[in-house]
Design a protein around this ligand. Structure first.
Ligand SMILES: [Zn+2]
Ligand SMILES: [Zn+2]
Length: 317
């Protein structure tokens, strides 16, 4: 199994001179099994280039499965520009959180209403299906075994542990650390005080995450903020590399990939972040890589001892 990063940013796309090396597109990762099965995690603007590649590979009608963490803009905005959707006979199955999926058809239909986009969802040649996922309720897609994991983000989010080819990786975005309840907080007014029930739910959420991460080879984690930024915006629903590293050390994960980069972090700052956390990870026995657009990573024992030299670049267009 291998994974490829088609979009690594959070919040909004930032293509430009300052983001040439790490990329400016928003969240989208492709997982590939050795038998060629594919699953797409999140549908940010990086999904457009992925779609173009998939169309070039297609030899006939095909089904694509898209796992959504949640339906914030930076995780769905690529869907209307996913070119396989315009090929008759294509099926696109979108899997999302129970609460979001209740209205998912409306959400996706909403962003393609005629005011916003020239072709409404019901006119798209591909057949769309919507599936609700529930944290802890596992399911299979092709050769992949999928485990949804509840995360701590305003109005909810879900991560995924993905097992395939005898190996596993996890996609943990978007999430804040497990010290504050976010879904009941107001974006502008900031955090509300925690009740004892809130603390209990957060502990349970963290415990469940730790159980699901046991034995996982590679964890891709929302590390949007640096620690000095996080203290100013603890209620935005994102983590720092330090918080992700703490989780990975405790779960004895081999490799952490920093992901969902803040749009304000240009290439030079990203280089500093990558170097700083590679060194910090080495001190505690976790290999820390920093995702860039076009990065392909082999998952599992075959990648044992991997370093940046084994990271494969792909041509993202
Ligand atoms: Zn996001
Ligand atoms: Zn979000």
């Amino acid at each position: 199994m291998q994974i490829t990063f088609w979009g690594v940013r959070g919040s909004y796309p930032v293509p430009g001179a300052a983001t040439v090396r790490y990329g400016g597109q928003t969240s989208c990762v492709e997982a590939r099994s050795t038998s060629g099965d594919c699953v797409i995690v999140d549908a940010g603007t990086g999904m457009r280039a992925l779609g173009n590649k998939l169309v070039r590979e297609m030899t006939g009608p095909k089904q694509f499965d898209v796992l959504l963490s949640h339906v914030h803009w930076d995780h769905i905005q690529g869907l209307p520009f996913f070119s396989p959707a315009y090929i008759p006979g294509t099926k696109i199955a979108v899997h999302a959180l129970l609460t979001a999926a209740d209205e998912l058809q409306q959400v996706i239909g909403g962003i393609t209403r005629h005011e916003f986009f020239p072709m409404p969802l019901e006119s798209v040649p591909a057949q769309f299906e919507f599936h609700q996922v529930e944290p802890g309720v596992e399911f299979d897609i092709g050769g992949f075994h999928i485990t949804p994991i509840a995360l701590n983000h305003p109005f909810g989010s879900v991560g995924y542990r993905i097992d395939g080819d005898g190996d596993s990786w996890a996609y943990i975005a978007d999430t804040a650390p497990f010290t504050e309840v976010l879904h009941k907080q107001h974006f502008l007014s900031g955090p509300e005080p925690l009740s004892e029930d809130d603390r209990t739910s957060l502990r349970a959420m963290r415990d469940a995450l730790m159980r699901r991460l046991q034995g996982v080879d590679t964890v891709v984690y929302d590390t949007h903020f640096l620690p000095e930024e996080y203290v100013r915006f603890p209620h935005y629903g994102h983590s720092t590399p330090d918080q992700a590293l703490e989780i990975c050390v405790e779960a004895q994960v081999r490799r952490l990939v920093l992901y969902h980069h803040a749009p304000s972090h240009g290439d030079d700052q990203m280089d500093q972040i990558a170097a700083m956390y590679l060194a910090r990870g080495a001190e505690v026995g976790v290999e820390v890589l920093t995702a860039f657009e076009g990065m392909t990573l082999p998952i599992g024992p075959a990648a044992e001892g991997a370093s940046e030299s084994t990271v494969l670049g792909v041509g993202v267009t």
